[in-house]
Design a binder for this molecule. Structure first.
Ligand code: ARG
Length: 461
């Protein structure tokens, strides 16, 4: 008897070239434990529907148990002629239980509903693992922020000095972005906990099997409400690929800053030796390779997402073999983050910040000009006029090569009588920081309040 799943109507075997093209065991083997879990659940509904007697059910469950063990130890592996993980495991079961028992398992199911279910099961486990790794980066950021609660730095827009902010505020901004990615993974999980098992090839099952029982057995929220949708939809995979790409993009933005911050020109951070690399020719070099790889790999994850979307576009309902191409991009995204995230959390946790340099640059580039304008507004001056006057202060400073904080009371009065000595109270970085005390602002009290919120989110995650 052929161990192929579909030989019956064919006179000859497949061409070698087809076998080579068709085979997917080199990447779908990671679904093996989920295939076996699905088979166990399927065996139980077959039994409940009266299609498997007590003895056969026991033998089948025992066979599946043994097979799982051998998959785990590496004693059972796919053969070159096994088309995919499902084919290989059916062969394994038949080898263990004989065709009389093992051959009954396939009743009422198709690889189309199997693969759609198992892919979801695998991704649900991965969502939890990745979530923990994303959380580790969030924690590293929040801990660094806590180590420097009062240090000011130049906040930038367009990469130009804009307004002073707290370093802790800046680091926590990255933490919020990653926490949202973590919530995206959790939301995805709720939405994707749907079991296509029982959809069959596309039209559902005629054998009195209960899809909801299998769904519950597999820890899913419900069975697919529509068997065509169950077997044909892959938006769950695309959404997962989007969330992983978003994680990579958010990590890449941190990475880009670390790369800049570690330059001599910025001098904001020193990378720990354990998270930097040297040069084969330039003995003095200390390179931010972790951050650069993070930035580079973001491109790769965006490619994974784009490739998958291109595969899905234009596919008619229901299953098409193109869908076998859904797994590699998502697996690649997972495997990439799996090695990237621990390196990034380690790099962030071990950064040494240089507060004196950050503080020195904070007021530069006339970053207190907005404070002058807003002080005038508080004094009753229309913002349009205030903006002009603060601009005139900047111009005066630029001509004389001094900073705003160096303008004397006379200098200020000569620019405008509205600039009374009181304005000098906001012409310090820490005065400016303290004044931005609205909810979500960079005032130290707000940043520490924000830290408590972050810690709450971390505890809840
Ligand atoms: N290996 C296929 C996949 O990953 C599942 C097999 C479905 N094949 C089929 N001819 N219906 O999508």
């Amino acid at each position: 008897m052929s161990l192929s799943l579909w030989g019956g109507r064919f006179a000859g075997g497949p061409a070698d070239a087809l076998t080579e093209l068709s085979r997917s065991t080199h990447f779908d083997w990671r679904l093996a434990p989920y295939d076996i879990a699905g088979s166990r659940a399927h065996a139980r509904v077959l039994h409940k529907a009266g299609l498997l007697d007590d003895t056969d059910l026991d033998r089948m469950l025992e066979g599946l148990e043994g097979l799982l063990e051998e998959v785990r130890t590496g004693n059972f592996v796919p053969r070159p002629e096994d088309e995919d993980v499902h084919t290989a495991l059916e062969r394994g079961l038949i080898e263990r239980t004989g065709p009389e028992v093992g051959g009954r398992l396939r009743a009422g199911r198709s690889r189309n509903d199997q693969v759609a279910t198992q892919f979801r099961m695998y991704l649900r486990d991965q969502a939890r693992l990745l979530g923990a790794r994303v959380l580790a980066v969030v924690e590293a950021l929040v801990e660094q922020a806590a180590r420097h609660p009062e240090v000011a730095m130049p906040g930038r827009t367009h990469l130009q000095h804009a307004q002073p902010v707290l370093l802790a505020h800046h680091l926590q901004a990255h933490a919020w972005a990653l926490l949202r990615d973590l919530t995206r993974l959790q939301d995805w999980d709720t939405r994707s906990a749907v079991s296509p098992y029982g959809s069959g090839a596309l039209a559902g099952s005629s054998l009195g099997l209960d899809p909801q029982a299998i769904a519950a057995d597999l820890g899913m929220r419900t069975a697919s409400q529509n068997s065509i949708d169950g077997t044909a939809s892959r938006d769950f995979a695309a959404e997962f690929a989007f969330v992983t790409a978003m994680v990579a993009v958010d990590i890449s933005r941190i990475a880009e800053e670390v790369i800049l911050w570690a330059t001599a020109e910025f001098g904001f951070v020193t990378l720990d030796d354990a998270y930097s690399t040297g040069s084969s020719i330039m003995p003095q070099k200390k390179n931010p390779d972790v951050a650069e790889l993070a930035r580079g790999k973001a491109g790769r994850l965006i490619g994974d997402l784009a490739g998958l979307m291109a595969t899905l576009k234009g596919l008619p309902l229901a299953y098409n073999r193109d869908l076998q191409e859904d797994k590699e991009p998502v697996f690649d995204a997972i495997d990439t983050l799996e090695v990237l995230l621990p390196a990034v959390s380690g790099m962030v946790a071990t950064l040494t910040f240089h507060p004196e340099r950050l503080e020195e640059l904070a007021p530069q580039g006339f970053s207190l000009a907005t404070d002058v304008a807003e002080w005038l507004v508080r004094e009753g001056v229309p913002f349009r006029v205030a903006h002009e006057l603060a601009g005139a202060c900047v111009q005066a400073c630029e001509e004389r090569g001094i900073g705003l904080e160096e303008l004397s009371e006379e200098d200020l009065a000569s620019i405008s009588p509205l600039l009374t000595p009181g304005v000098r109270s906001v012409l310090t970085v820490h005065g400016s920081l303290a004044s931005r005390d609205a909810y979500g602002g960079t005032a130290p009290a707000r940043v520490s309040e924000q830290r408590s919120q972050l810690l709450k989110e971390i505890a809840r995650a």
